[in-house]
Ligand binder design. Structure first.
Ligand code: ADP
Ligand code: ZN
Length: 754
């Protein structure tokens, strides 16, 4: 294409498989008119020809530009002119990356301290970059009008084909029990056309979804939609908008109608949802409203499906994209709106290079595209809330549930008293048991929530205190009852259960803590006739079983659902009237400045599962620390704002995010001595730079001190901006690179320290 009216003569590319560097190539005359930024090209690289992506296009090759202009102190051109090698192929005229996406990649590489090519890899799924998966083409048969010279059987077949309006050859052969040769004969006689067509591998093909019209909005919803529409209709830069709505307040309906508005403007939209919430229920609500124009990006998609969905987006066939964090890079044309649902969710952060946060990327992409961005939550992240307080973000509120359904009544139960009363620790308190019994009698459903995995946390010897531990990771093994083994949740290693304690020989290992399996058993003991369903990471590793379990529960074929984090959000069960939180404290007692925020979010989300429809809901929170602010706040309708105020004050006083940016450096090595040495060295080098307002921790073993055979050391840095840490860091690493056996992970705005 033309850049400022001139033809493209040279391009700068990222070559597949070549990390961290950009290369310039000349554009041969034959290709110049088809050349666009963001295209995929074939370039010679050494002795090979590789795929590459154009990140910059020049009307004048960069060397020549320098020769014409820039000179150094001696009057020499700053860049030596040299003949560029020409690109050798261009296989598709539609760009893979748009200008805003390329700019986003640049910003992201810089902000997260990640190599440019790793950022591109996040933007373009591997099935798209690779050449193994292609469009699937099959023969398609289209019947023609008119009369033809046919046998009786052929006439009958043609009538059938007309009735079904044609179809895929292989399917017609089966449906009408005819041979491909018969269809060929019809073609020869001019009665049908047979041609090769791309067939979309549609992940929703076998689902029947009934269309839904927009609902008439409640007052607050209408007001919120009006605010979003104002942003959509605005010119120029727009502020992000927080849709702050209690659970069940109808945020999704607001998103749906906002997206409809964007579509009316001829624009597209992206909806990010946490992976865990990407259930058929969620997807269905979007598909039912927008039908064929929607593309769903799901981690469970097959390669072929992913390929087709991505290309439907790129070519503009799909205009609304629903997906998890990586969908923030979807190549939607003419993007009008990005929605980040449950914006506080930690799963929006990618925990490998590039360590980006999809919410932040969404805000940045919206800025670069000049489009609107809506962040939705009942329990906004402190970062987001702070931006609202500062006036950087707009806010729309939904303070009531749809149809004025009451918020559930939340009761905090002091488990210390239960222990005192009965003499030993209990899984279920008396009030919770009574409430469960009551629901069973009334035929209503209950959810029991536990913030843990597996049967119990660890296996500990009651005599000597020895805990079974994974040697490679230095964390306790988790006991799994179902397959009767010990499993390491970090590296996945497992062992059979020892019959005696390896340390003292005592034959009785005991379980510390409670897990979902134990809750299930205790529950069955109390209510032998209850239909109990358990859902946690262990039973849902199969592709479908998550969906299956949910549909069993939704259809009323179970009375009680026991689960971990994965049932805490996004689900909408009209018949659930009771939610019990069994161990509210688990997430409080971890060494993390976000422990309170996380606990509050979890409790508020879980309580939100109760009483979503006509039936009122009740929530019991069992805890050993009933006075904790996070626990207290979750028991009140308007708990968030006072909680956030206090939490932000504490963060400010402690110098924590959102008042600082936190960068976590993790060094790993097989040798503990060497990793400690280099970590201490790096920390010392940083201190010597005497950077203003920089807080730096000592180099120390990470909470997860050893994983996959590598020792881990950490340095935590905090400063008013991330740049104040990353710029000197890059500088240090350039001057004093770490030895190859020391691996360094840089996590800018880290949210999980492990
Ligand atoms: P949130 O995302 O805020 O938790 P949802 O969007 O899931 O809330 O809405 C909760 C329920 O209310 C859903 O079953 C939804 O279909 C219903 N709902 C939403 N808006 C309306 C409305 N305007 N009128 C009637 N029902 C609505
Ligand atoms: Zn391990």
């Amino acid at each position: 294409m033309e850049q400022n009216g001139e033809e493209i003569r040279a391009v700068r590319v990222v070559a597949e498989g070549v990390p961290d560097r950009l290369f310039d190539y000349a554009v041969p005359d034959a290709l110049a008119s088809r050349m666009r930024e963001g295209q995929r090209v074939r370039v010679p690289f050494g002795a090979k020809v590789v795929d590459a992506y154009v990140v910059e296009a020049f009307a004048t090759p960069p060397g020549e530009a320098a020769a014409a202009g820039e000179r150094d102190l001696f009057g020499e051109p700053t860049v030596k002119r040299r003949a560029l090698k020409p690109i050798v192929g261009l296989d598709d005229d539609t760009p893979f990356l748009s200008r805003p996406l390329i700019d986003l990649a640049r910003w992201m590489a810089d902000y997260t301290c990640s190599p440019f090519d790793s950022v591109l890899r996040s933007m373009l799924p591997s099935v798209i970059r690779g050449r193994e998966i292609r469009e699937k083409t099959l023969y398609y048969v289209t019947p023609k009008e008119g009369t033809f010279d046919l046998s009786r059987r052929q006439t009958e077949l043609l009538e059938n084909l007309r009735r079904v309006q044609g179809g895929w050859l292989h399917a017609l052969v089966r449906e009408f029990a005819c041979s491909p040769e018969t269809l060929k004969t019809l073609e020869r006689k001019g009665a049908v056309a047979i041609e090769k067509k791309a067939r979309r591998r549609d992940p929703l093909a076998n689902r029947r979804i009934l269309p839904t019209p927009p609902l008439p909005l409640m007052d607050e919803q209408a007001q919120a939609l009006k605010q979003i529409v104002e942003v959509l209709d605005a010119d120029g830069q727009r502020k992000p908008l927080l849709l702050f709505g209690v659970t069940g307040s109808g945020k999704t309906e607001v998103y749906l109608q906002a997206i409809a508005h964007a579509l009316d403007q001829g624009k597209g939209a992206i909806v990010l949802v946490p992976e865990i919430a990407l259930t058929p229920q969620t997807v269905q609500r979007f598909v039912a409203r927008f039908g064929k124009g929607i593309a769903v990006l799901h981690s469970a998609l097959g390669d072929g499906e992913r390929y087709d969905e991505w290309h439907r987006i790129r070519t503009g066939e799909a205009t609304v994209v629903v997906g998890p964090r990586s969908a923030v890079f979807a190549p939607v044309r003419n993007l009008g709106l990005i929605v980040v649902d449950e914006e506080h969710e930690p799963s929006y952060k990618q925990d490998e290079t590039p360590r980006y946060h999809a919410r932040d990327i969404a805000v940045m992409r919206a800025h670069l595209e000049g489009c609107a961005v809506v962040l939705g939550s009942a329990t906004p992240a402190m970062e987001t809330w702070n931006n609202v307080q500062k006036g950087k973000y707009l806010i729309a509120r939904l303070s009531k549930r749809v149809a004025n359904r009451p918020m559930p009544a939340v009761q905090i139960i002091d488990m210390r008293l239960e222990t005192l009363r009965t003499g030993h620790p209990q899984i279920f308190s008396e009030p919770l048991l009574a409430a469960l019994k009551d629901r069973l009698e009334r035929g209503e459903q209950s959810i029991l929530f536990l913030n843990r995995r597996g049967y119990s946390r660890a296996l500990t010897c009651p005599r000597c205190g020895h805990t079974a531990t994974c040697e490679a990771c230095a964390v306790p093994f988790t006991y799994h009852e179902a397959d009767h083994c010990l499993r390491c949740h970090i590296c996945g290693d497992w062992k059979p259960i020892p019959t005696v304690c390896p340390a003292c020989g005592d034959p009785a290992f005991r379980y510390v803590g409670v897990g979902t399996q134990r809750v299930e058993r205790a529950l069955q003991a109390c209510f032998p006739h209850a239909r109990v369903l358990r859902m946690d990471a262990d039973v849902t590793t199969r592709k479908q079983s998550h969906d299956e379990l949910l549909s069993i529960f939704k259809s009323g074929r179970a009375d009680i659902l026991i689960g971990t984090q994965m049932i805490a959000k996004g689900l909408d069960f009209p018949n659930v009237t009771l939610v019990g939180v069994l161990a509210a404290d688990t997430s409080l007692h971890i060494p993390d400045f976000r422990a309170s925020e996380r606990t509050y979010q979890l409790l508020a989300q879980v309580s939100g599962r109760a009483g979503r429809a006509e039936l009122p809901g009740e929530v019991f929170i069992q805890t050993y620390t009933p006075d904790h602010p996070a626990v207290q706040a979750s028991a009140s309708d308007a708990g968030f704002e006072p909680f956030a105020e206090q939490e932000l004050r504490e963060r400010f006083e402690g110098g924590y995010p959102p008042y600082t940016h936190l960068v976590c450096l993790t060094l790993r090595s097989e040798s503990e001595e060497r990793v400690r040495f280099f970590a201490e060295h790096l920390a010392a080098a940083f201190r010597e730079k005497r950077i203003a307002d920089l807080l730096i921790s000592d180099a120390c073993p990470a909470p997860l001190a050893k994983a996959k055979g590598l020792f881990r050391y950490q340095i935590l840095l905090r400063a008013p901006t991330a740049k104040r840490i990353t710029a000197p860091l890059t500088d240090l690493l350039k001057k004093h690179p770490l030895p190859l056996d020391i691996k360094l992970a840089i996590d800018v705005d880290a949210i999980e320290i492990s």
